[in-house]
Design a protein. Structure first.
Length: 403
């Protein structure tokens, strides 16, 4: 009897899946699928651009027979984002489905005036998934960033998304920020938000033409350029690539990265691949004065070396580890001081660390935390351990005194 009931339940689930699948196929014919969205604002009007896939052209482009763009761009203005999107039905032959956008690009000028109002729309609208990246277009409108067609990935939204994901994974000079993380950051205290930036390089007019796919070097492209710093919901400036990297060290967001600096006591360079980085940040308050301790530990592999020192000697390997540790410590301190002096807002989440460690003391500190942050005492300790020196230890060139 029980087995029969289970079979009936399974059969019912299967039938529902089949029915819903057929319904979905029918509905897809009525939709255009959006890959990305761009938002600019002029006065009180939102200028919304949506990049829509052209499936037949996309398949043609993948097979090498590109004759027209794999995407179309629909634009409209409105006093709200939702109004602008509704107005797109005047030009779009199909209803635009926004549930699978990969990126939301916001123009720099718009971001400097605040993003909370537009994020309220995305927070309320049930059709959006929370796993798309939000990005700031530096020195340009958001629309321009969705117009550049590039080789390999010729859907602009996907190109931006995949570049960001790859950089986040292997370079650590930027940071992908999804919608749910951004909303949480805007609502929380003790940490200001950052968002990744992109910059248009080259000739933008040629970049939105299929001719940009037909040359070895692109006439235009989109470049990741570090992190935008926010105070409350307004963009106030940018971290360069170096500071963006060490921001990620501080916030425990380094997956893989690299280090390049002088060999100890030499002018020659040594390069490391950074693996398995882990950062711990501890906070405390003593006599009303907050302070933070940062400890970074990572495994590093030597990938290039022009050092003259003998790496067969354990003491020399230890010296390399110490120099790498000192380099990371100094770089983290420089990044923190740059943010303190230039932006005076806590993007590292030190306030949250203090809150967790000293909740009672945090109540007194939280009302003017950015002022407290400027004078925050921070100590940094790094421990970089060499795990691998490559398939050979000695460099190709001969060392002095060796035959």
């Amino acid at each position: 009897m029980v087995k029969r009931k289970i079979n009936i339940i399974l059969l019912t689930i299967l039938m529902l899946a089949i029915i819903s699948g057929c319904w979905s196929r029918t509905e897809l014919n009525e939709y255009s699928i959006a890959a990305g969205m761009a938002i600019d604002k002029s006065g009180e009007m939102y200028e919304v651009s949506v990049q829509v896939l052209e499936p037949r052209q996309y398949e043609s482009n993948k097979s090498g027979g590109a004759s027209s763009s794999p995407v179309s761009l629909f634009k409209a203005k409105g006093y709200s984002i939702s109004e602008a999107l509704r107005k797109m039905t005047k030009t779009s032959p199909r209803k635009i489905y926004l549930g699978h956008i990969r990126v939301l690009v916001i123009g720099e000028k718009t971001a400097r005036n605040g993003i909370s109002e537009m994020m309220d729309y995305f927070r309320r609208e049930i059709y959006y998934r929370a796993d798309f990246n939000i990005i700031i277009a530096k020195d340009s409108t958001a629309e321009q960033a969705l117009l550049i067609i590039s080789p390999i990935e010729n859907i602009p939204s996907s190109k931006v998304y995949q570049s960001l994901e790859a950089s986040d994974q292997y370079l650590s000079s930027t940071k992908g920020v999804k919608l749910d993380v951004l909303i949480k950051g805007l609502l929380s205290k003790g940490q200001s938000i950052v968002l990744p930036g992109i910059k248009l390089i080259g000739d933008s007019k040629k970049g939105n033409s299929l001719d940009n796919l037909k040359t070895i070097t692109n006439s235009a492209d989109i470049l990741l350029i570090g992190l935008g710093v926010f105070q409350e919901d307004k963009l106030i400036g940018w971290l360069n690539n170096e500071d963006s990297t060490y921001f990620n060290y501080i916030t425990n967001n380094v997956k893989k990265s690299g280090l390049v600096f002088n060999c100890p006591g030499e002018q020659h360079k040594i390069s490391y691949a950074v693996m398995n980085s882990k950062t711990k940040v501890k906070g405390r308050v003593e006599q009303g004065v907050p302070s933070v301790d940062i400890f970074v530990r990572a495994e590093i592999n030597i990938v290039e070396s022009a050092c003259l020192i003998d790496l067969h000697q354990p003491g020399n390997v230890t010296a390399l580890e110490k120099s790498a540790s000192k380099y990371v410590e100094d770089s983290i301190v420089v990044t923190i001081e740059n943010v303190k002096n230039k932006y005076k807002t806590d993007i590292f989440g030190f306030g949250k660390v203090i809150h967790r460690a000293e909740p009672k003391a945090w109540k007194a500190l939280s009302n003017n935390w950015d002022d407290q942050f400027k004078d925050l005492q921070v100590t940094v300790k790094a421990e970089m351990k060499i795990q691998n020196m490559g398939s050979v230890i000695d460099p190709i060139f001969k060392k002095p005194g060796k035959e």
